[in-house]
Design a protein around this ligand. Sequence first.
Ligand code: ADP
Ligand code: MG
Ligand code: MG
Ligand code: MG
Length: 750
Amino acid sequence: MGLLSLGTPLDWYESRKHNEHVRDNGISQLINIFAQHQNRDNDKFYWGDEVEYMLVELDDNKKTVKLNIDYDHIIDDLNNSALEVGQKAVQNNVAFHPEYGRYMVEATPLAPFDGNILGHYLEVESNMRMRRFLSQTQLPANIRLLTLTSFPRMGCPGFTSPQAKPIGPASQSLFLPDEIINRHARFPTLTANIRKRRGCKVAINLPMYPDKNTKLLDDSIPDRELFDSDAEYRWASKPGHVYMDSMGFGMGSSCLQMTMQAKNIDEARYLYDALAPVTPLFLALSAAAPIFKGFLVNQDVRWNVISGAVDDRTFVERDLDPFPGYDYFGGLDIDKSVKSHLQKMGGGRGINGDRVFNVYGDTKLATNDGKSVQKIPKSRYASIDNYLVNESEIDKNFNDIYSPINQPVLQKLLKAGFDPIMAKHFAHLFIRDPLVLFSERVDQDNTLENDHFENIQSTNWQTLRFKPPSLYSTADVGDLKNKPGWRVEFRPTEIQLTDFENAAYTSFIILLSKAILRFRPDFYIGISKIDENMDTAHKVDAVTDDKFWYKSFNHWRLDANEFHGYDLSWFDRFINEGNDLEAYKQGYYNEPVHNAELTPDCIKHIPCVNNACKYTMNELINGNDSHPGLLRLIIKLIAIDLVPNTLKHCDSKILALKLERIKHYLMFVSKRASGKVPTIAHFLRSKVLNSPHYHKDSKVSDALNYDLIKLCDGITKLDFENYHDELYEYFGTAVASYVETNREVSFETV
Ligand code: ADP
Ligand code: MG
Ligand code: MG
Ligand code: MG
């Protein structure tokens, strides 16, 4: 989570009076940030991950599992350096953060890792294990800290412990009690303000998995007359879909994020761009969410659930007719008389997406503080809208989607000397209103504080986040090198059950980012293609059954020959003395690589548009006869930059063990990409479909949920004694047998 100010959060109708104030001062703060940090250079490639956990309570007698909402105090204890556990956390470089759900914990490394140190790509796993271990010491044995992307029966009757009723005023949800929301006033206010701004509850409809006995009807919607909004489901829910009506369904799910620091702002801009087409690939590769609200659904990931769960756009912004009796303008601050007049007139999209109403002779419709009312195609939680490098460096047709901007913000940034692309990026983020404002924090010193900027920035939840540094007082400026610089955050990945997998995905993305900066590939394709890939990534088994748009292999601006030999076999040659020398003698590194896993179909890259072609996930990650794929970029980077470059083969046992583990991280992602290892979504779906508790009706009952969570817990613990076959199925034979014999990362003891 971004900032968590203390104080009194303002209700929407009070808060909205300050919208322009927050935006205007936020932009002044941004301008000051750029002035202070624009020219910093040669920052280290630091990186860190974020893991989100759920507290799941198991009752082995009753055979039930619930989300526990009574242990949220452990975060304070874990971060309390006066307590032994808090000291241990600091000593072990671990920090804990609050999250949206009262049953949630987020944990990160306290200080970031260094991308130039090979051992840090392994330390992250022991760090993750320590986070789990320390948290678990604060919990009774039957409450397990699990990394589930979505809790399968979230929103079903009695899914919390202790029990709570879904009658809360913040969310007004028919399914989720307000007691699941973090106690800090920011979170219920955020929930309520999204609803108030939007003018109705959020609505998420997921297609049900169509099975033989599926009724294609969400029969869990109660007939209730507590809030006016109780009737909304009649217009908001779709037949054949699972209907969800609250922020918690999305922000109460868990994910894995990685942040890395670039050496300067230009490098950060390029890295952001190069990772953009990678985001949907990792959403699909990490798919882990096939069940929502007790239903098996016909998709594999959480992304569109969160997107809908925080969608604060009004009817007019979404370009939809309002529900009967509802306000077209939601909670926007527009005078009643103007509204009723305008609603009758309709209107169309004007320049920059501003809504134009002819009645005023083409004057723009605006809120009382002068902000244009625009059509907005995407939720605040969505894929990115624009590349960040200067348009002179890329074909501007790649920025090919309609993305509304805040004109006055754009003008202010241009005037302050921002280049048009950077200015547009922030002018797009600043079409949004602040969602939570604390009364004590309305007035800020723009030369010292950046809360108003962060307020808007951190509630634009996109697949990537371009993170500028913070603002520092003149006393601190001399010390900027030691303060976080220009960073890029990679945000699509679903959380995985085991620390091994989360470390594997984290290492893959960090190493890929480093390889991108080293080899400078050209990955640009139209943003619209990336958006299409985001939709594809939601599909059931997208990894094996679908293709993804990517820059044509012929246009990566890399010489494929230079990557020959840097497949997974490089590790074996490097690690095992003899193999390496033999390979060199045979000139292996100049030989083309043959990938036996390719199907003939993969070679036909049809269709291709503007140098973007459709590829299988296997081709994209593992490459093919004529192309490195993403994996070989990483392995070459390790070979030339991360192991001592004087070595032709590994001469140290410890280095060999480290490389062996990294090889298995990469192998694991590689096998998920080739379909040799199932995604978690595929694995869980097949467990549901084959369970004796399943009745081919798409429903996941309490009994079935208990079995699933028990299994997830066994997998999390790497309990090979009791879940041997399941773990081999889950990891695939090669990785499972490695993990079974190497459960801990403990090289120091070798
Ligand atoms: P947020 O929730 O806003 O994304 P967090 O503080 O939860 O932020 O997580 C940020 C991650 O970035 C953590 O893993 C942290 O270790 C890491 N990090 C901290 N400083 C740097 C830095 N200078 N460069 C790169 N990563 C950093
Ligand atoms: Mg988080
Ligand atoms: Mg965080
Ligand atoms: Mg984050």
